[in-house]
Design a protein. Structure first.
Length: 364
């Protein structure tokens, strides 16, 4: 689900929307497994910090700005600062706590979908992870909403594991107690001091131990980091349908990036349509094939009875209330499952290029 901050006011609160390790098991610990690409990294927050080093050294290269908020370091990636699409790639890697890698390519030759969408005319955003449960569900998933007076934001990143209050963590484990942490806020405003202090209280950390990357969905960086959530969308949908996430070994997600955004509502429509109607997610899994055949048809967007209409139209019909929409809609267009045990391949769903094209060419 790609959300923005058009929700009812209220108090600061959480709103929870509810290298192959081995062929037969993945680690399921309360501590996040170590990334194969960064063996010294012990936590999602540590991984995010590594992803941030270049940006913190030279934020101006990415048209970003650093702002202090009662000691909390705010990286303005697309609110008052302009930001760039390349900055969105960094944001996406940070959102996954360094457990995934994001690639943006306007030359679709290296990120092409020849077997599915041979003439896709747009740039593609691809994410891949060898630890997708940690990267996507323990970190990247925008599993809670901040409502504080006039400030609203969808929050994600390693700070979620540092707080660990969402019910999701009871299932996947992976709570953390880092010395410093990083969060992402999808919002049209920079956070006030009261929000920074509240986050410090929730994490049990001082304000100066928290870094927040902030961007509006309509900004170049904000749009890229949202489109980079195709893999996360698939994992969340499988989790909601009771799939054993420890069967997932690695994953890749690819979705088209809209060329130009006309405003906040247009951004919401494009971002969701890119994933619901244009994304392809590939997962390497283990175990039996029957369960894959059973769950696959339910884990793609076409299973929803709302499928077939642009998200902008659906959003208007729902009075701009995400929670009034069928949760089953928020899924990838295509899900491909490769069983490493049996060698069999399973594919579900389909893309809808005409809906994506209509969405991307609309005016806000």
């Amino acid at each position: 689900m790609v959300e923005t901050c058009i929700s009812t006011p209220g108090h600061f609160a959480f709103t929870v929307t509810n290298l192959l390790l081995t062929y037969h098991s993945l680690l399921h610990n309360t501590e996040t497994p170590t990334s194969s690409s960064s063996p010294a990294v012990k936590s999602l927050s540590d991984g995010a910090a590594l992803c941030l080093r270049g940006l913190l050294a030279s934020p101006e290269k990415h048209l970003a700005a650093i702002v202090d908020c009662s000691g909390t370091r705010i990286l303005d990636c697309g609110v008052e600062a302009q930001g760039t699409a390349e900055l969105g790639v960094i944001m996406a890697d940070v959102a996954m706590g360094g457990r995934g890698k994001t690639e943006l390519n306007s030359n679709t030759s290296s990120l092409s979908l020849p077997d599915i969408w041979p003439e896709c005319p747009w740039a593609l955003v691809q994410v891949q992870s060898n630890d997708p449960v940690s990267a996507c569900l323990a970190s990247q998933y925008a599993g809670w909403q901040i409502n504080h007076e006039n400030f609203k934001a969808m929050a994600s990143g390693p700070i979620r594991a540092a707080i660990g209050k969402e019910k999701l963590f009871e299932t996947i484990g992976r709570r953390e107690q880092p010395e410093t942490t990083v969060g992402l806020l999808e919002t049209n405003r920079l956070p006030p001091e009261t929000v920074c202090h509240e986050l410090a209280s929730l994490t049990g950390l001082p304000t100066h131990a928290i870094t927040l990357l902030v961007a509006a969905t309509k900004s170049p960086a904000g749009m890229v980091q949202v489109i980079a959530r195709s893999l996360e969308t698939a994992l969340h949908q499988l989790h909601e349908r009771g799939f054993d996430l420890e069967r997932i070994v690695r994953g890749t997600g690819t979705a088209p990036l809209p060329p130009e955004i006309q405003g906040s509502l247009h951004a919401i429509g494009c971002a969701n349509d890119a994933i619901l109607y244009g994304s392809v997610v590939r997962l390497d899994v283990v175990g039996d094939d029957d369960s894959l055949e059973a769950i696959g048809p339910h884990a793609v967007s076409s299973y929803s009875n709302l499928h077939g209409e642009s998200f902008s139209d659906l959003f208007k019909q729902a009075n701009q209330d995400f929670y009034a929409l069928d949760p089953g809609l928020f899924a990838p267009a295509i899900l491909k499952l490769r069983n490493l045990d049996s060698g069999r391949h399973h594919q579900f769903g389909f893309i809808s290029p005409e809906i994506v094209e209509k969405s991307f060419s609309a005016t806000g």
